[in-house]
Design a protein around this ligand. Structure first.
Ligand code: ATP
Ligand code: MG
Length: 332
């Protein structure tokens, strides 16, 4: 079987110094929704640019449906749809006119254009807005129009670079409803980059976590959470620097399975929070770590990311920047 995507020890070094990808090995099966989850600068866009044949890897290999991204670029481009991270439609013309331009770029014969354009407008829920100027669209409608452009060639695989960044929850949901319906109808593969844990959790069949140009963990959401064990005790503490040492003995004695300290937060993985919590509190008290708040949760993808990347993904500031920029572009 040809994988929809496979990479072998893929690296990318920009300008001889910035190592954006550092030995990426990935396999994505056809017909799956695959999420590449990672923080700012992790290498997500770089990987997607290589897979969509826009830039070449520095070393290693990458294949899309068995085709080599360096040698078979033209063939790959006939199979893929791509929605870039940046805005990719014109705002001073209508949605229909944007699609017409893309149809011409893709070389779709004139006799087929009109029907195809209306079919993708329908698929993305934009039919009634087709003749309105894009600058009057909401952020979610613009993203759906960009997806519609990518769907014109009925791609076998759709690459989406942060498809819902900066959108509010209901607009994000609408984008995903349309994308999953498209995927079901055509049995297409979707490969998307995201910062949003919940999005990877909800929609992806498989997830890979990328950090610093390396895949640090991969699997289904359930299997990733499972690697963390039973429960997470999160503590907000003062002088967290002493907490690692304080909890060392408990870890050695298998009362707890792991400790991750991130600023004033201490996250402890344990099979059974009820029995380990008193021992944890005692160990912290002896070591003069002041506990301000305690919560017990089942592991989330956020915790998985914290474990494998050593930090939480910070999204708020970046999302507001993106939102502001797209708004400015839309207004012209
Ligand atoms: N054209 C370029 N020239 C030089 N360095 C680059 C270039 N493009 C990206 N980089 C660097 O490579 C690294 C990975 O960038 P990339 O855009 O792939 O990350 P990302 O995961 O998509 O980040 P974001 O979430 O911010 O979009 C970063 O350190 C970035 O600054
Ligand atoms: Mg990016």
């Amino acid at each position: 079987m040809d994988y929809a995507v496979s990479t072998h020890d893929l690296t990318k070094v920009y300008e001889g110094k910035v190592k954006a990808l550092n030995g990426v090995n990935l396999k994505v099966e056809p017909g799956k929704i695959f999420a590449l989850l990672g923080p700012n600068g992790a290498g997500k866009t770089t990987l997607m640019r290589i897979l969509t044949t826009q830039i070449k890897p520095t070393s290693g290999e990458a294949y899309v449906f068995g085709l080599n991204v360096v040698r078979d670029g033209a063939k790959i481009r006939q199979l893929i749809g791509y929605v870039p991270q940046e805005m990719s439609v014109w705002t001073d013309i209508s949605g229909y006119e944007n699609l017409l331009i893309y149809a011409k770029i893709y070389g779709i014969p004139p006799s087929k254009r009109n029907e195809l354009i209306w079919s993708v407008l329908e698929e993305m829920g934009l039919k009634e807005y087709a003749n309105n100027l894009v600058r009057t669209y909401s952020g979610g409608m613009i993203r759906r129009l960009e997806c519609a452009c990518a769907l014109l060639i009925k791609p076998k695989i759709l690459f989406l670079d942060e498809p819902t960044i900066g959108l509010d929850p209901s607009a994000r949901k609408a984008v995903w409803e349309k994308l999953t319906a498209f995927k079901r109808e055509y049995n297409a593969t979707i490969f998307f980059n995201t910062h949003y844990m919940d999005e990877a959790d909800l929609y992806a069949d498989e997830i890979a976590i990328i950090n610093g140009g390396r895949i640090v963990a991969s699997g289904t959401s359930e299997s990733l959470k499972h690697t963390l064990g039973g429960e997470i005790i999160s503590l907000e503490v003062e002088n967290s620097e002493y907490s690692l040492k304080a909890l060392e003995t408990l870890k050695m004695n298998n009362v707890i399975s792991d400790v991750i300290v991130s600023e004033s937060e201490v996250n402890i993985l344990t099979q059974d929070a009820e029995s380990s919590l008193p021992k944890i509190m005692e160990a912290l008290r002896i070591n003069k770590v002041l506990v301000k708040r305690v919560s017990i949760n089942k592991p989330t993808l956020d915790d998985v990311f914290l474990k494998y990347a050593g930090t939480r993904i910070e999204t708020a500031e970046r999302i507001s920047n993106v939102r502001q920029m797209r708004r400015m572009i839309r207004r012209g």
